[in-house]
Design a protein around this ligand. Structure first.
Ligand code: NAP
Length: 295
């Protein structure tokens, strides 16, 4: 077995993502010799202890990061400013700060002002998830065969970037390095907009008159049912993503709205060729996802 990459890994947030990392660290032994877990509530930390996910739990983030050579922010991105401010004076020199947040420009904006001298920040985003949250929802295979996107700001210590890349490779991920602005645009279309649509369509169905609403639930066919799966995701996490990737999300939503209007026009005019062409494009995209093993 390879030597552990880090002596002490502090996880600030032990939900789906943080607890999956903790489980991998436990199972493999090559990520970190020791894992310290922090969460927002004592109830979550009690559950982390029951599950045996960490060597130590700390409710105070400042205490959690003491002596750690890797600190990973794994809380909703709206909590990052307060967390960065609380931990900054307690980060050991040479420690690498990283994160798993779903938005990257906001994370760099919120964390960088607090960074002490000699502590590199390597923002990362594992493209892996489910609609479940909390420490019970994690599992060791979560990141296997999935991309992990790194968005280090210009001038970030290359050795720190390589160490975080190796961390995610050991979790089974493939690595790609992206500009943070580009990351946010791409994620707006592949993840944030689909979630916004899913939350909205469930709301639309719920607003129907009582009798129709009942039938929507009774007869939920795969179309609506598939939307409800992603609409079951954590409200705080998604509120924070929408508010912290506002510009890219609104830009993609504007483009999408135009395309929806064009499709509506084709339906109204009975333009079969246009409708069929759009459906075929959808099928092509689905096929290429399956070929890339990302479906
Ligand atoms: P989660 O299951 O909801 O867990 C969130 C964790 O953060 C919990 O341990 C929670 O503690 C803690 N937390 C919440 N508010 C906090 C605060 N103000 N200060 C400190 N800790 C706080 O979330 P997740 O799905 O693991 O997501 C974590 C991060 O990963 C987010 O930034 C998200 O954008 C990103 N991400 C998520 C996915 C996904 O599909 N879920 C995929 C990739 C990246 P309590 O339980 O005590 O409240």
């Amino acid at each position: 077995m390879a030597e552990p990459l880090f002596r002490r890994l502090a996880l600030l947030g032990v939900g789906l993502i943080g607890s999956s990392v903790a489980r991998i660290a436990r199972a493999q032994g090559d990520l970190a010799a020791e894992v310290v877990a922090n969460a927002h509530t004592e109830a979550t930390l009690a559950r982390v202890r029951e599950l045996g996910l960490a060597d130590r739990t700390e409710l105070d983030p400042a205490r959690a990061v003491e002596g750690a050579d890797c600190v990973m922010l794994a809380a909703p991105v709206g909590a990052y400013t307060a967390l960065a401010e609380a931990i900054a004076p307690h980060l050991a020199p040479g420690c690498i700060l990283t994160d798993v947040g779903s938005t990257k420009q906001s994370v760099i904006r919120d964390v960088t002002p607090f960074l002490p001298e000699g502590v590199p920040f390597v923002p990362a985003h594992p493209l892996a998830g489910t609609e479940f949250s909390g420490p019970d929802s994690g599992f060791v295979e979560l990141f296997r065969g999935r991309w992990c996107l790194l968005t280090p700001p210009a001038g970030t210590d290359p050795a720190a970037v390589e160490k975080i890349s190796e961390f995610w490779r050991r979790c089974g991920s493939m690595i790609s390095v992206l500009d943070p602005h580009h990351h946010d645009m791409v994620l707006a279309i592949v993840s944030h907009l689909p979630h916004l649509i899913a939350f909205t369509i469930c709301g639309t169905a719920d607003d129907l008159q009582d009798e129709s609403r009942q039938q929507v639930l009774d007869f939920a066919a795969s179309g609506f049912r598939d939307f409800t799966r992603i609409a079951a995701s954590d409200p705080v996490m998604w509120r924070d993503i929408f508010l912290n990737n506002r510009e890219a999300l609104l830009e993609m939503l504007a483009r999408f709205t135009e395309d929806v209007q064009t499709m509506a026009g084709a339906v109204r005019r009975g333009d079969s060729a246009y409708i069929e062409d759009r459906i075929l494009r959808g099928r092509k995209i689905r096929r290429s996802l399956i070929e890339r093993k990302q479906a």
